[in-house]
Design a protein. Structure first.
Length: 385
């Protein structure tokens, strides 16, 4: 006979680990995480930029961020593993449309309790004097946004999950899923079989394949996202905000040890599971970096310290969090794009409430429900960096 457990979580990235931790802390006794890699957090979690922010354009994402930032602060104080640096995100625009969109996002964030600041052009330059000032119309800044160490977050979350009672199996890919007449799932994996009352799909870029095992279509598509590292000949280490040029999509932050991480997500990139650096990325950055970061135009890129990861995206750039109507007991916690790390605490909380209480009271999950795509009821997040 297969072992019967309460919940099987498919995927041992930061989302799956957060789900397992939250479930166990809510009193769920038998939670098993199945991770196909040799260790947890080796997928998209290991390749994240490390940023977290509350400056989004929709209520679900702002609320997930606001709640998660508080958890990061608590977890870093308790564990010391996150290397939390709340340098803030500084979003800047030089266009009329950009200013209008930034103002709408600012007002939404303020209405939801986020202390975002509206900055006039001179205030933007006071925050980041290295920016090209020409044409700046406005900016926003939130001081509790910042950067953390993705590996540290994974390890802190894993430690909490295990301490609370979760079992984590690595090198254990899921081979098949089925729902039996007794309403228990049978989960066939590399090492054997489990039966479970609930299955949580937290498989990140592999979410579509896992859902297909139960005959479900989950619209999560991975895209390659690249990051470059530029050495700073001056070796400056003074912290700066995470700076975002909304007009070009270029994002720049300074590493604590010196140098700059540069990101740009090309909206025209095709779907991909390739995590090698795209050579075209460096040319795309070079064509845009001078708009707000002219000081980086002549700073050499270090190819050995550039990397790429995957954004598991949905059509509306929101996660899918909720139970599938077609297969009761099968929960989706996927499609976070580039926001999985920063929304992982909230994701775990949401799933734990669905399992233990039958509904989520901390967040309104209606905009994130799996059925919204078939219903054509989408709210699109536009602050995708």
């Amino acid at each position: 006979m297969s072992e019967v457990v309460d919940v099987v979580v498919v995927g041992g990235g930061v989302i799956g680990l957060s789900v397992a931790r939250a479930l166990c802390l809510e009193g769920v006794d038998r939670v098993v995480v199945l991770e196909r890699e040799a260790a947890v957090g080796l997928g998209s979690s290991s390749r994240a930029n490390g940023g977290f922010r509350a400056q989004f354009t929709t209520r679900p994402n702002v609320e997930f961020s606001r709640w998660s930032i508080e958890r990061f602060e608590e977890l870093d104080r308790r564990s010391g593993l996150l290397s939390l640096r709340q340098v803030g995100y500084l979003l800047v625009t030089g266009t009329q449309d950009g200013e209008r969109s930034l103002r709408a996002a600012f007002e939404l964030q303020r209405s939801l309790g986020v202390a975002t600041e509206w900055l006039a052009p001179d205030e933007v330059i006071a925050r980041a004097p290295f920016l090209r000032p020409d044409g700046i119309r406005a900016g926003t800044f939130h001081a509790r946004d910042g950067i953390l160490d993705p590996h540290g977050l994974v390890q802190a979350t894993r430690q909490d999950a295990v301490a609370a009672g979760a079992q984590i199996l690595t090198r254990t890919p899921v081979r098949a899923l089925s729902l039996g007449p007794d309403r228990l799932f049978e989960v066939r994996h590399e090492g054997g079989r489990l039966r479970a009352r609930w299955v949580v799909n937290a498989a990140g870029a592999d979410a579509r394949r896992v859902a297909a095992m139960l005959g479900l279509e989950v619209p999560v598509t991975p895209y390659r996202r690249n990051l470059a590292f530029a050495r700073d000949p001056a070796g400056e280490r003074t912290p700066i905000p995470m700076c975002v040029d909304l007009d070009t999509g270029v994002l720049v932050r300074r590493e604590p040890s010196g140098g700059y991480v540069i990101a740009y997500s090309d909206p025209n990139d095709p779907p991909s599971t390739d995590t090698t650096l795209d050579p075209a990325f460096l040319d795309a950055v070079a064509a845009r970096i001078g708009n707000r970061f002219p000081f980086l135009s002549e700073v050499p890129i270090d190819p050995a310290r550039c990397w790429a990861g995957l954004y598991p995206e949905t059509p509306d750039h929101h996660a899918i969090v909720g139970e599938c109507e077609e297969v009761p007991g099968f929960l989706q916690c996927v499609g976070f794009g580039g926001h999985g790390l920063m929304h992982s605490p909230a994701a775990g909380r949401a799933i734990a409430e669905l399992v233990t209480a039958g509904r989520c009271t901390t967040f309104d999950l209606h905009p994130l429900r799996p059925s919204r795509f078939a219903e054509g009821d989408l709210v699109v997040e536009t602050a995708v960096l």
